[in-house]
Design a protein around this ligand. Structure first.
Ligand code: HXC
Length: 257
């Protein structure tokens, strides 16, 4: 499939999505949303794919929602147009998604990274929610996911001042899974993605869903969910294979069933 604003590639069991609007530092306009959501949902539906990487360019993961596209909109336009509704579908993808961030991840770009499961950052990465400088606030989940990721006080300082933070500050704050030298970012993202994609998909889905419950429910409910999901995996062939492989001191060969 050909997309206007992204490049896609399947390498082994990993689907790659590269944001490709260099003229606008990968600003997320409605076409980018449509393209990313379409590609991610297709990858998600493909059992041959066990991990997805989303990345941008060296200079920018994404510098935010497209300000020029939003500027003239009314409140009613924003409500009726469902301009960001697609991103909810992206965030609901069951396949593990890795954001490989180099350069700017601002506003919607930071929010897109936070919709992913793992954020690998180049040492050149810069994160922030500068919407306050535009007279608005984060609108793709930033006030919710950033607070959960880094805690209220760190998030409030970033959201209320619009200050950017570099990769090492973001890592210390808990926003970034790991920082790597910029020249190794894609290679490392590929390694992490390959590692994940070699696991059993049903267990990956269950792990993600259970961790979601940690963010979205009480601990008691989350623990009940985990217990059910854990038990359900004992009906998969991959559980038998994984445990037999351990006993037989060999690598498991998962079949995603
Ligand atoms: C549209 C953008 C853009 C954006 C950059 N560009 N960010 N276009 N929307 N978010 C365009 C610029 O207009 C310019 O095109 C080109 O990309 C290169 O950007 P420069 O500003 O010339 O580059 P530089 O001087 O290196 O500065 C980089 C930057 C700056 C610091 C990242 O571009 C910047 O501050 N961008 C906006 C960041 C931001 O406020 N993001 C939050 C957006 S609101 P031209 O053709 O003009 O030269 C948001 C809300 C999300 O994300 C929630 C949804 C409601």
């Amino acid at each position: 499939t050909d997309y206007e604003t992204i490049l896609i590639e399947i390498r082994g069991r990993v689907g790659w999505i590269t944001l490709n609007r260099p003229e606008a530092l990968n600003a997320l306009n409605s076409q980018v949303m449509a393209d990313v959501v379409d590609a991610a949902t297709r990858f998600d539906a493909d059992d041959g794919i066990g991990a997805i990487v989303v990345t941008g360019s060296e200079r920018a993961f994404a510098a935010g929602a497209d300000i020029k596209e939003m500027e003239s909109k009314s409140g009613l336009d924003m409500l009726m147009g469902d301009h960001f509704g697609g991103w909810a579908r992206f965030a609901a993808v069951r396949t593990p998604v890795i954001a490989a961030v180099s350069g700017y991840a601002l506003g919607g770009g930071c929010e897109l990274a936070m919709m992913c499961d793992i954020i690998l950052a180049a040492d050149t990465a810069k994160f922030g929610q500068p919407e306050i400088n535009l007279g608005v606030i984060p609108g793709m989940g930033g006030t919710q996911r950033l607070v959960r990721a880094v805690g209220y006080y760190k998030a409030a300082e970033l959201v209320l001042t619009g200050r950017l933070m570099d990769a090492s500050e973001a890592e210390r704050a808990g926003l970034v899974s790991r920082v790597v030298p910029a020249s190794e970012l894609l290679e490392e993202a590929g390694r992490v993605a390959d590692t994940i994609a070699a696991k059993s998909l049903p267990s990956l889905y269950a792990a993600k869903a259970a961790m979601d419950a940690a963010l979205e429910t009480t601990q008691a409910e989350g623990l009940r969910f985990e217990r059910q999901a854990f038990a359900a995996l004992f009906d998969t062939e991959d559980q038998k294979e994984g445990m037999a492989a351990f006993r037989e001191k060999r690598a498991p060969a998962f079949g995603n069933h």
